[in-house]
Design a protein around this ligand. Structure first.
Ligand code: ACO
Length: 386
């Protein structure tokens, strides 16, 4: 039998067919359901984009109202989820907490085994998806209070998805400018074709397991520094650099040691990630209107991007979404270890759209391998081994 092809990291392998989002990596373009990401970030809301991703069409006013109402109505999580979180170490990473808490939702909100009819029943799947999207920000914000010894702040149904999260995070009335920034960031992070975490959604979902396992697996995949975890790493890197004057020497040292520059590079984009372009523009805009702190971190980031692009641009390595998102959240006063959980809150919309798409035409993932181990070895009892 012919050896199967082996493509490390599945580079260039089409693992699915999808109508949810599209990337033109050479031109640096991204669209959701055919709509340019820049238009959605400028004019839409996270609620509308989540429904667009799930349903494939821009919703009418009544459908959007129904979905938004559902999100607001399902923000609360059962008291027992909070009890579980109480026993988690406060020093743990919020992504580990989120992974664990979301997986636990499957015990408190169990999904009956889906019949074939239900698997194709979008209403049933939509209801589950909407509840997960609604509850993830609650869990992240609850943890932010609990890990500092405070009681969680109850969600407010009168606030939008982004505003409610900011309110629960701090207990203060959210600044409308910050709400707008966060809403646009959630839109920009909501979906991105078959990246590592979305691929994990397809694989896990294809076994017909419940969506909490599906999203839990995706959260774990996103946590890694080569994927969503890079936004936290970027801010740590910029803090380590500490001044614009140190940028050149820092980059030289990293390159000499063959170490990666966090927030740079992408498997698909060979030019600047369009989301990085939009995020940088938002930062400049907000800073010029006095809506952000505009610390030295922003200046260092701009210089790192300039000098790293000089060095890495000729290899097709440019700033990705994680480069500026962390800086933006930092300037809004959000702690660095919450950046990736916020990414996960947003990406839950895309993950669940892919979960639904997978179930509509499911076949379990079962790739093959190229075996490189030994064959026909003789078993030797332990006493006779030398
Ligand atoms: N800094 C320096 N060199 C880099 C970087 C970087 N950030 N990214 C890639 N390269 C170099 C590699 O060293 C390699 O060089 P070589 O050919 O001389 O060995 C070449 O570019 C190819 O890199 P790979 O890691 O093989 O590219 P791949 O497509 O497998 O990985 C990835 C893409 C993981 C994003 C990579 O660019 C990276 O590790 N970037 C830093 C982490 C990061 O920012 N991740 C977030 C990505 S966006 C997201 O997931 C939301």
């Amino acid at each position: 039998m012919a050896e199967p092809n082996f493509a490390p990291g599945l580079e260039g392998v089409a693992a699915t067919q999808s109508s949810i989002s599209n990337i033109d990596g050479a031109a640096g373009l991204l669209s959701y359901r055919g709509f340019a990401i820049a238009d959605l970030a400028a004019h839409s809301s996270f609620e509308e984009v989540a429904l667009l991703l799930l349903d494939g069409v821009l919703p009418g006013a009544a459908d959007l109202e129904r979905f938004d109402h559902g999100l607001r109505a399902h923000r609360q999580v059962k008291y027992n989820v909070r009890e579980i979180m109480k026993f988690m170490p406060v020093t743990g990473h919020p992504m580990d907490m989120l992974h664990c808490a979301v997986a636990s939702l499957g015990m408190f909100y169990p999904q009956q085994e889906l019949s074939d009819a239900e698997r194709g029943n979008t209403l049933h799947l939509d209801a589950m998806a909407m509840r997960i999207i609604a509850r993830m920000p609650t869990i992240v914000a609850m943890w932010e209070q609990m890990r500092f010894g405070n009681d969680p702040i109850s969600p407010r149904p009168d606030l939008s998805h982004a505003a409610n999260f900011l309110y629960m995070l701090s207990g203060r009335e959210p600044d409308p400018a910050h709400t707008k920034i966060l809403d646009s960031c959630l839109i920009l992070h909501a979906e991105h074709t078959i990246n590592a975490s979305t691929f994990s959604v397809l694989v896990t979902g294809s076994t017909l397991t419940n969506p909490y396992h599906v999203i839990g697996g995706a959260i774990g995949t996103l946590a890694g520094p080569l994927h969503g975890g890079a936004n936290q790493k970027v801010v740590e890197m910029l803090e380590e650099i500490s001044s614009v004057q140190q940028v050149g020497a820092y980059l030289d040292r990293k390159m000499a040691n063959k170490e990666k520059i966090w927030g740079f590079g992408h498997r698909i984009y060979k030019t600047r990630d369009p989301r990085a372009v939009i995020l940088k523009g938002m930062m400049e805009d907000m800073a010029s209107h006095g809506n952000l702190r505009h610390s030295s971190l922003f200046e260092i980031a701009i210089e790192v991007e300039r000098q790293a692009t000089e060095r890495l641009g000729p290899k097709g390595i440019h700033a990705n979404v994680d480069f500026y998102s962390g800086v933006l959240y930092h300037e809004m006063g959000i702690k660095a270890d919450l950046f990736t959980p916020i990414f996960a809150m947003a990406r839950s919309a895309g993950w669940l759209a892919h979960w639904r798409e997978q179930l509509a035409d499911n076949r379990i993932f079962r790739p093959t391998q190229v075996y490189t181990g030994e064959q026909d070895r003789r078993y030797v009892p332990v006493a006779q081994r030398t």
